[in-house]
Write a protein that binds this ligand. Structure first.
Ligand SMILES: [Zn+2]
Length: 171
């Protein structure tokens, strides 16, 4: 339950009456809070529902109203989505799986991944092993670029952009 020093926009507040029974509660739905042009004291605009009534009427509440002991009763929705459950890491295989998930999520390519080249050099369209291109040019431009090697490890194409290759999924 947040602690407030005044009403707050888009929140609901309850004020218990003298009997303290659940029926003896005034509810104020605050729409917004503003200060008058000449004053610094904030006023709260909204709708109030008195005990025993199911009508909401418009009202303006001030600091002296706030001092009567309103309680913020806004149902709080979770502000952070639940994280998907991850089981604890048990061994190296688990760690590798997590990294693989991360790389898949970022669409990065593992070193030595078998990839299909489908860029704008039709004669080169084939399967290669991809490594990150470490030439000064790609590094300085911070490009996500790759060197494609043949199965013998011979570099065939350098500076290949990520969009030109797709990991080959071998099932
Ligand atoms: Zn390069």
């Amino acid at each position: 339950m947040p602690t407030n020093d005044f009403f707050a926009a888009a929140r609901s507040f309850a004020l218990s009456g003298p009997t303290r029974s659940p029926e003896d509660v005034t509810v104020f739905q605050c729409e917004y809070v503003a200060a008058s042009p000449k004053g610094v004291a904030p006023v709260a605009f909204g709708f109030v529902c008195e005990p025993g009534s199911d009508d909401w009427r418009e009202t303006i509440l001030t600091a002296s109203d706030w001092a009567r002991g309103w309680e913020d009763v806004t149902p709080d929705s979770p502000t952070t989505p639940e994280r998907p459950h991850r089981r604890p890491l048990g061994d190296a295989e688990d760690v590798a799986m997590v990294f693989a998930d991360m790389l898949d999520a970022a669409e990065l390519i593992w070193p030595q991944t078998l990839v299909m080249y489908h860029g704008n050099l039709p004669d080169y369209r084939a399967l290669y092993f991809a490594d990150v291109c470490v030439c000064p040019s790609c590094a300085s431009e911070n490009r996500q670029a790759y060197t494609l090697r043949s199965q013998d490890g011979i570099p065939v194409l350098d500076h290949v952009g990520r969009e030109s290759i797709t990991p080959a999924r071998i099932l």
